[in-house]
Every structure is written in C-alpha cells, then in structure tokens.
Design a protein around this ligand. Structure first.
Ligand code: MN
Length: 237
C-alpha cells in the first residue's frame, strides 16, 4: 500500500474548485492508501478549533470518513497558515510536530512544513516566532471570532505585500538550514512543502546522497508525492 504526502492546498470558501480537487483525491487515491500525511497549509487560514466554519468543517468530516471507514491513517503537521489547528479539529487525525522523522522501508525520512528553513527571510522568521509563541496564541484565541477574522485579513495583506517585495531567492529554503536539519536527524531523506516549488533535489556528502523532495501547491492542479516500497514519485494532476 502507498503512503501519500500533500501540503499547501490553501483551502478556503472563496475557491471551491480547490476543495473539489481535494475531494476527488480523497475519494480516489487516498482511500486505498496506507497513510495520508498532510504537511501544513491545508487551509488558507485557520482561526481556532472553535471556529470550524464552511470548508473547514467539511474537511474535518471528510478526514473522519477517510480514517474510520477506509482505514487510511491521517497525519497532520501545521503550516504557517493553520498552526492553530489542534486535536479538536478532528479526533481521528494524528498530529505531528514540525520536523518529525518517520521510518519508511527502513529509511529515515524527515517531514517538515519548511517555513522554518527559509532563514534568509529574516522578517518572516520574526513573525513566525511571535505566531508560534503559546502566550500570543492564548491571547489570539481569547478574541472573538470576528476579531480574529479581522486580524487574519490584515496579516494576510501584510504578508502579500512582503511576498511581492521580497526577492524570490529569500523565499526558498536556505541550504545551510537544510543541511543542518539532515545532520540533526541523521537522515538522508526529507520531504516538505511551503515553497510551492515542486521537485526533487539531491546533494552529495562524504558518506551519502541526500534527497530533498518538495511538494507543489494545489492552486491550479493537485500535487502529491507517493511512496511505495522505497520509491518516491511526484504526481500532479
Ligand atoms: Mn506555508
């Protein structure tokens, strides 16, 4: 059976076509898979487990069905947009910390969303530290849902301005940060999303070949990496 990896769907109520693409994927491939790993930014924004509105509630139900009826193990790692997603989103989901190692075919594979690896973007890393701070999160979740929506809209505008003005190079992962993560986990495989730059990259060290596999986003097509018996394949539809 296959293991499937996806990220960066950025599901939201204004783009129902992305949800349609995801639903097709769930009803097709995902049902027959051993596991589905969602590596962050499943949602465009996520305002707390007490604010499951629209497509968010729908996806919670879909993932319940996938894991209970079809026995596909569903894993979730937060991205920079849905870092507030917790167990109350969906009880059947297995939550993973960022930079988790899983063993597949006796090989160690590092899973990460990868926004933490974009260390050249100093301004973003500052914001990231704030958003991942538990005190800040408590404060945010104590706001009313409409206050949270207003905050998220403002943050999104600022982030878009930043993305447009920042040089494209700094929006990618930093090679040193990648190498350090390989070293730290004693692994030679890594799989991540976030950059929306799908592809496989290999680097050679003294002792080994390292592979970094990058998922694409779902804005215009689906993007998935399939694992079967030690082989990985990037599939777009
Ligand atoms: Mn991201």
């Amino acid at each position: 059976m296959k293991d499937l990896f996806i990220a960066d769907l950025h599901l939201n109520d204004k783009q129902p076509e992305i949800y349609q693409r995801f639903k097709f994927f769930l009803d097709d491939k995902a049902r027959y898979a051993r596991a589905l790993y969602i590596l962050g930014d499943l949602f465009e924004y996520y305002l707390g487990d007490d604010a499951k509105i629209g497509v968010i509630q729908q996806v919670a139900n879909d993932l319940d069905e996938l894991s209970e009826k079809y026995q596909t193990k569903c894993y979730f790692m937060a991205g920079n947009r849905d870092f507030l997603l917790g167990q109350r989103f969906n009880n059947s989901l297995i939550l993973l910390e960022d930079s988790t190692v899983v063993e597949l075919n006796e090989k160690r594979l590092i899973l990460t969303h990868a926004d933490a690896l974009c260390t050249d973007d100093v301004e973003y890393q500052k914001i990231r530290r704030q958003l991942r701070d538990s005190q800040w999160q408590q404060w945010f979740l104590s706001q009313t849902i409409s206050e949270r929506i207003a905050f998220a809209q403002k943050a999104r505008m600022q982030s878009q301005q930043h993305t447009q003005s920042a040089e494209s190079q700094i929006m990618d992962v930093n090679q040193q940060a990648v190498d350090d993560l390989f070293d730290c986990h004693h692994a030679s495989l890594m799989l991540h999303g976030h950059t929306h730059r799908p592809g496989f990259h290999q680097t050679q060290t003294e002792n080994e070949t390292r592979s970094r596999m990058v998922l694409g986003d779902w804005h215009f097509q689906s993007s998935c990496i399939e694992h079967f018996k030690g082989n990985f394949q990037l599939i777009t539809h």
